[in-house]
Design a protein around this ligand. Structure first.
Ligand code: FEO
Length: 201
């Protein structure tokens, strides 16, 4: 490295330290670290909130699995068990991101969830509605991170944006199939068999 580029590097590092200290003073970041990896306070709050949302989703899907177990629809129950595991993985992605950046985890309480529904269709409609709400949360998180210039969190959030396309698509496809089935129990059992084929998360 030539003298000029080495000096440019030092100047950049110095500017980063100044920005970090300014952000700490104004409360934009929660603590001073040796680099610019600290998570801005409002992003940290939103990330911790998202851990709770993902674990709540897991609990909701477990409630749906319980409903299908009770109705002797093992394929749909298995689909919901897989979805439960997937949501736990999502929650842990946020957890690990916060820990890896040296910040504090907050684990909020998880409320009671529904375990009884009027029909299989109602369950998947609730699942779809839930996924739409999660997509909105991820979009809000992206906005918060953008405003706080938290570039480090972006690749993970991009992963979640893509994941939500899949989450909405898969639940909506099942909703549409169940709408066609109506009260045809033979067709319902066929869907149940099909959903049993879903691979483990
Ligand atoms: Fe974690 Fe189903 O979104």
């Amino acid at each position: 490295m030539g003298k000029t580029s080495a000096w440019k590097g030092q100047k950049k590092a110095l500017r980063c330290t100044q920005i970090r200290n300014e952000n700490f003073k104004t409360g934009l970041i929660s603590k001073v670290r040796g680099d610019i990896m600290a998570i801005p306070k409002n992003v940290l709050t939103a990330l911790n909130k998202q851990i709770n949302a993902e674990f709540l989703a897991a609990y909701k899907y477990l409630g749906m699995a319980a409903y299908f177990e009770d109705k002797n629809l093992p394929g749909m129950a298995s689909w919901m068990h897989n979805q439960t595991k997937e949501e736990l993985v999502h929650g842990m992605k946020f957890f690990d991101h916060i820990v890896d950046r040296g910040e504090k985890i907050v684990l909020d309480s998880i409320p009671k969830v529904v375990v009884s529904y009027p029909s299989a269709l109602a369950v998947f409609e609730a699942a779809y509605k839930h996924e739409v709400a999660v997509t909105k949360m991820i979009h809000n998180l992206v906005e918060t991170a953008k405003k706080a210039n938290d570039h480090t969190v972006m690749p993970m959030l991009q992963w979640f944006l893509n994941e939500q396309i899949e989450e909405e698509k898969s639940t909506d496809e099942i909703v549409q199939k169940l709408k066609m089935v109506k009260s045809d129990s033979a067709a319902l059992l066929m869907i149940d068999t099909e959903l049993a084929k879903r691979k483990e998360a």
